[in-house]
Structure formats: structure tokens, C-alpha cells
Design a protein around this ligand. Structure first.
Ligand code: MCA
Ligand code: AMP
Length: 504
């Protein structure tokens, strides 16, 4: 724990600065240390724990406590439907679920022992009361109750984060402690991120962007996080105008800010005054870049990463990228190459030759949980294949130009597999055939489009019915935004659906 969060070990108990603030609720470093320490004895020896990852203080405390106990945490999207949740819980087999008291947990979690997380438990004014309740079932010899867990090995798993692939259900990327430390130090170097920084964001806490960069990042620096609970331009303006120094967001959020900047004086002032605006998870379109720069004089810094690799490249704070659309240079410690289809590495930095991005470094995941086949397929020797296609400019910076797989959709910054949605649509009695594609969308980057052949052409299911069906089984961000009905799907001689022929 000390190795991951030196400030949490060293912070004086009476340092009044908040480490974490969610709305009106805040914890200082001393209080966070006490809250995590109160939970640790209950987790010690568990093989894995799930965290009901609402955008709250409880989630941050739960993850810090799990890291303290040396127990890998599996963050769960609280809006995940039963089908996907059952898969994740069966696959990751957690020994317990950590949640805020009073949060109602759905049926797929009902069999798990529950650990209530109480950040402000009585007496936690820097001391911490032991959490009530029995310890969760142990798989390893726990350390003595109340004793500090020994610092786990840097290669030990810290988090298991589920991420969608082209087909089948999401896979759990096992992220070692070393990867968290390496990526957070690398971006700190690129962004001159220090303990003085106050990060503002509204990202969900069940993905790398919001959880690793957005919560563990400030804690590793000894700085501060202010989480908005939910995204709004008003919240961003308020927090940046009152001490926030950095903003993290997905392009959809920056797009929504750009939409209102012209008329929102407060927001314009707040963004102008921020030290650093960082976008990632998907490409930030040039018109949004330009609108923000025109209104504030600030350039949004783009960085590129992946659940499996954490952060790979970034434009450095204060640097002017050579070409628009650049995601910057490989971060310290990251080795990055482009590879042609025939396996030849690209040596030219001509801004033209397109190859697949392959990477290696201390920032990488170790495996997909329970999926040695998928893990092996993801690597070319010891290079991880990202599936992203890019060119390199003469200064070495990377520009992403597309993805190898057409069956992966990025909507609102979420990665969505076409296959998982197709399988759910096919479960609907009104659907005979289904294919899912992504279409450009000014707000979401891409929107999910479902092409269906109805079982009964005279009475096709409504768009709303299908969207609700997917939202309920998987998660709301996976629901189709557009449904198109066809007599038959276009197929090639092999019977494979020709998705490139499906255009609106
Ligand atoms: C509408 N809604 C529905 C339905 N229709 N709910 C259920 N069933 C339906 N049929 C609801 C939505 O749930 C939501 O409710 C509201 O209508 C609006 O939905 P939406 O259009 O999706 O917009 P949004 O909810 O405002 O979301 C935009 C967002 C979000 C805030 C930008 O997409 C987001 O948080 N994205 C972040 C993704 C992210 O963190 N990605 C990182 C992974 P309600 O208003 O109640 O919510 S990538 C990563 O980690 C790598 C490492 C990287 O590089 O970063
Ligand atoms: P995820 O699997 O959700 O972690 O998403 C990772 C993917 O998001 C990458 O493989 C890229 O395709 C995409 N991505 C992340 N950051 C950027 C960025 N700054 N620009 C373009 N695409 C990005």
C-alpha cells in the first residue's frame, strides 16, 4: 500500500486538505487511511472482492481498502443487467461484494457475503472504527487482525476490469499493482501532475479512466479529487472555478462543454483558468478541439490508452502537437511499434504509413482472467496487439486512424462489442436475425445501430422495446440508439453477414 500511495501512509492525520470529495462528502488522507484500515481485516485472505462501483466515496474507499489488503478488486457497473452481471460474477468468483450501506444489490450478487463500506463510520476523524461484521471467507492465511498487510509483490493483481471484445461476453483484464504505479507515474511526468493538483471529473468508477486515472491518480500524487457524481457543464464550471486545476473527460463530455461554451460565460472562465484539460477513451473530434481553443485559449490534451495496457501515449502539458488529432508520444516506460499486416514493423515516421499499434512495458495487464486462449491471441510474442491502427509523425507522435475490428464500437467512451448485443437481440422473440454496427454520432462519437430481420414482418418489435431489452440485459450504454428493419441481412457466399454493406 505504501508503495502505491506514499501520501496515504505519510499524510499527517491533521492535514485538513481533502483527499477525496464527492459532492458534500469528503475525506482527508488521515480519514481515508482510517476508513480503509477499518475494512482491511475483513478482506484479508480473500481471493478477490467485487465492488459495487457507484460514483461515490464508498467505491473509492472500497478499492483503496482492497489494495491495502492485497486483495484484487473487481469493479462492477451498477447499471449492468442480469445477463452481463451473472457472467462477470461467475467468471471472477469474488468472495464478497463491497457496497454502500442501503444500496440494493441485484439477484446475481445475492449469494455473496456483503461488506458495507462506511467511510464516515463513528469515530473516523482520522482514527477509524473497525468495520462491523465477520471477515469474508479466506483463501490465504490472513495477517493478524489489525496488523498491516505486508506490501504485496508488484506483480500481484490489483484490479480485474471487464472489457468488451468483438464477440462473446466481456473479459476480465487482470491489472497488476506494478501497472497502476507505472501508468500513474508516466502520466504525472507528461502532465506535471503534483500533490498541488485538484482533479475534477464525472467519470464512472468501473473503468480504468475514472477509477485508475481519476481516483487512484490523485491519491498516488498526494493530491485531491473532486468527483461530480454525474456530468454537467455547471458542475465542471463550479469546481474548476473554485480550486480545481485539472479536468479529465471522455470526448462526449468535451463535446457537450463545447456546445454550451458560446453562451456560458462561467464555463468559459472556468476552463480558461484550469491548468490542464485532458481527453481520452475515444478520439476528440477536431471541431470540438477548435471550439474549445477558440473560446478559452486552451488546448485539450489527448492521451491514448486501453483497459489492458493502461496509458500508452500522451501529448505533454504545454506542448503543441505537430499535427491535429495527435495522441502524442509514447509515455515513459512504454515501448510502442506499428506493424504491417504481414508482420513487418513500420520504421517510417512519415505520417502516412498505417500499421497496428503494438506495445509492451510495465503498464500492461498480465492476462484475461480464466482465458489463456484469449490472452495468447492478444500477443505477438511479448508485444500486445491493441487492434488500433495508427501512423507516426516525424517527431514520433502517434495519430490513430481507425481500428482493426469493425465489430467494436466506441460510444460515449465506452467500448461495446457488436457480438454481445447481437446475442441479446437474438434472444428477443420478435427478432429472427440481427447485426449490430456503429455509426458516426456528433455527441457519442459512435452510436449503436441494430439491423434486424423480424420474426413476423407484419408485427416487428418496436425500437423502444429492443432498446429496453438490451439496456435491461447488458447496460444502458449498450442499447441501440437506432433500429433498422430489413427483409434479410446481406450475406456473402459463406453465409457471413457483410457489415460493410449495412449503411444508413
Ligand atoms: C435512455 N436511458 C435509458 C434508456 N434510454 N436507460 C435505460 N434503458 C433505456 N432504454 C437513459 C440513460 O441511462 C441515461 O440515464 C440517459 O437516458 C441518457 O443516456 P445517454 O444518452 O447514454 O447519455 P449519458 O447517460 O448522459 O452518458 C454520456 C456520458 C457517458 C456521461 C458521456 O457515456 C459516460 O459516462 N461515459 C464515460 C465512459 C468511460 O468512462 N469510458 C472509459 C472506458 P441517466 O441520465 O439516469 O444516467 S475506456 C478506458 O478506461 C480506457 C483505458 C481509456 O483510454 O480511457
Ligand atoms: P477500452 O477497451 O474501453 O479500454 O478502450 C480502449 C480503446 O479506446 C483503445 O483501443 C482506442 O481504440 C480507444 N481510445 C482510447 N483513447 C483514445 C484517444 N485518445 N483517441 C482515440 N481512441 C482512443
Amino acid at each position: 500500500m505504501d508503495a502505491l500511495f506514499p501520501a496515504l501512509a505519510a499524510g499527517p492525520d491533521d492535514d485538513p486538505r481533502p483527499a477525496l470529495r464527492f459532492g458534500e462528502r469528503a475525506l482527508s488522507y488521515g480519514q481515508l487511511r482510517a476508513a480503509a484500515a477499518a475494512l482491511t481485516p475483513r478482506l484479508a485472505g480473500a481471493r478477490r472482492v467485487a465492488v459495487w462501483a457507484t460514483p461515490t466515496l464508498e467505491t473509492a474507499v472500497a478499492v483503496v481498502a482492497a489494495l491495502h489488503a492485497g486483495v484484487p478488486a473487481v469493479p462492477l457497473n451498477p447499471r449492468t443487467g442480469p445477463r452481463e452481471l451473472t457472467h462477470i460474477v461467475t467468471d471472477s468468483a469474488p468472495d464478497a461484494v463491497l457496497a454502500a450501506p442501503g444500496d440494493e444489490l441485484p439477484a446475481p450478487l445475492a449469494h455473496l457475503p456483503r461488506v458495507d463500506v462506511r467511510p464516515e463510520a463513528d469515530g473516523n476523524a482520522g482514527r477509524g472504527a473497525p468495520a462491523a461484521g465477520p471477515p469474508v471467507p479466506a483463501h490465504a492465511e490472513p495477517p493478524p487482525v489489525g496488523g498491516a498487510a505486508a506490501e504485496p509483490d508488484p506483480s500481484a493483481p490489483a484490479l480485474v476490469v471487464y472489457t468488451s471484445g468483438t464477440t462473446g461476453p466481456p473479459k476480465g483484464a487482470v491489472l497488476p499493482r506494478r501497472a497502476l504505479a507505472a501508468t500513474l507515474d508516466a502520466v504525472a511526468d507528461a502532465w506535471t501532475w503534483t500533490s498541488e493538483d485538484v482533479l475534477v471529473h464525472a467519470l464512472p468508477l468501473f473503468h480504468v479512466h475514472g477509477l485508475v486515472l481519476g481516483v487512484l491518480g490523485p491519491l498516488r500524487r498526494g493530491g485531491c479529487l473532486r468527483h461530480l457524481g454525474g456530468f454537467s457543464a455547471e458542475g465542471v464550471a463550479r469546481e474548476l472555478a473554485s480550486g480545481g486545476t485539472m479536468l479529465f473527460g471522455v470526448p462526449t463530455m468535451y463535446h457537450r462543454l463545447a456546445e454550451v461554451l458560446g453562451t456560458d460565460q462561467e464555463l468559459r472562465k472556468a476552463l480558461t483558468g484550469a491548468r490542464l484539460l485532458v481527453s481520452g477513451s475515444a478520439p476528440l473530434p477536431l471541431p470540438d478541439h477548435e471550439r474549445i481553443t477558440a473560446a478559452t485559449g486552451r488546448r485539450v490534451v489527448e492521451r491514448y490508452g486501453m483497459t489492458e495496457t493502461l496509458m500508452l501515449t500522451s501529448v505533454r502539458a504545454g506542448a503543441e502537437p505537430e499535427r491535429p488529432g495527435s495522441v502524442g508520444l509514447p509515455l515513459p516506460g512504454v515501448e510502442l511499434r506499428l506493424v504491417l499486416d504481414d508482420g513487418t514493423p513500420v520504421t517510417a515516421r512519415d505520417g502516412e504509413t498505417i500499421g497496428e499499434v503494438q506495445v509492451r512495458g510495465p503498464n500492461l495487464f498480465t492476462a484475461y482472467l480464466n482465458r489463456p486462449d484469449a490472452t495468447a491471441a492478444a500477443f505477438d510474442g511479448d508485444w500486445f496487439r491493441t487492434g488500433d491502427m495508427a501512423v507516426r509523425d516525424p517527431d514520433g507522435s502517434v495519430r490513430l486512424v481507425g481500428r482493426r475490428a469493425t465489430d467494436l464500437i466506441k460510444s460515449g467512451g465506452y467500448k461495446i462489442g457488436a457480438g454481445e448485443i447481437e446475442n441479446v437481440l437474438l434472444d428477443h422473440p420478435g427478432v429472427r436475425e440481427a447485426a449490430v454496427t456503429g455509426e458516426p454520432d456528433a455527441d457519442l462519437g459512435e452510436r449503436v445501430v441494430a439491423w434486424i430481420v423480424p420474426s413476423d414482418p407484419a408485427a416487428p418489435p418496436t425500437d423502444r422495446e429492443l432498446a429496453d431489452h438490451v439496456a435491461a440485459q447488458l447496460a444502458p450504454h449498450k442499447r441501440p440508439r437506432v433500429v433498422r428493419t430489413l427483409d434479410a441481412l446481406p450475406r456473402n457466399d459463406m453465409g457471413k453477414v457483410m457489415k460493410r454493406a449495412l449503411r444508413g
